[in-house]
Design a protein around this ligand. Structure first.
Ligand code: ZN
Ligand code: ZN
Ligand code: ZN
Length: 150
């Protein structure tokens, strides 16, 4: 019986090629490598882990979170920098802030596709972030005007 690692790997590869779940013989879920049951199991495990993590007030990285947030100060800083840079790039290119691929809808920060995809609260967060980015950019411009020698 092929219970060794190589055998398992071969079995997984064969299932993958046949379009089956990599964990069992069920048909694969569209766009995933596993079936509905294994997808749910996986999601539940992640959800349980996240609940435990939140209960212990830990960041994804395992550090204690910043009070009132679900990330630690270090991760928030990294993510903030990355997000700001990305948003600025998209904004300057005149593209949807989220995907950066399509033009945004009139008077909106996002394109129609992303707009549909985003839940209202999530979108609100992004737009709040954009306002912050805009405010920061305005402050930067103001500083340059006030200090032209800089
Ligand atoms: Zn499965
Ligand atoms: Zn962290
Ligand atoms: Zn978009």
């Amino acid at each position: 019986m092929a219970t060794d690692a190589a055998g398992m790997a071969a079995k997984r590869a064969a299932r993958k090629a046949a379009g089956l779940c990599t964990e069992c013989e069920s048909p694969r879920l569209e766009g995933h490598s596993v079936c509905q049951r294994h997808f749910d199991m996986r999601r539940q495990r992640i959800e349980e882990y996240n609940q435990k993590r939140r209960a212990r007030k830990l960041c994804y990285c395992g550090s204690p979170v910043k009070p009132g947030r679900d990330r630690c100060p270090a991760c928030l800083a990294i993510e903030g920098r990355r997000q700001t840079r990305r948003l600025m790039e998209h904004r300057e290119a005149g593209l949807c802030l989220i995907c950066g691929r399509r033009p945004p809808r009139r008077r909106k920060a996002t394109c129609a596709v992303c707009g549909r995809k985003q839940a209202a609260s999530y979108l609100a967060t992004k737009e709040r972030r954009l306002r912050k980015v805009k405010a920061r950019a305005r402050r930067g411009q103001l500083l340059r005007i006030l200090a032209p020698s800089d």
